[in-house]
Design a protein around this ligand. Sequence first.
Ligand SMILES: [Zn+2]
Length: 72
Amino acid sequence: MSQFWSAKQGGYIKCPVEGCNHVGIVITNAHCRLEHGMTREEVSKKYGLPQNVSRLNKKQIKKILAEKGKSK
Ligand SMILES: [Zn+2]
């Protein structure tokens, strides 16, 4: 089911964990482990699968990515 964790060409997905604004073309196992202390499987059981955010326009995605950068 790893296909759910990577976006279709030209799209983005958002990490399903509450309060996490991680957006990318792929949500890695490493992200889930480092940020949430869970495997992708555990994350999907608890929070569901990543949301497809392809419908967001580039400006909205940039904003999410910028906010993500600020919190680091
Ligand atoms: Zn996350």
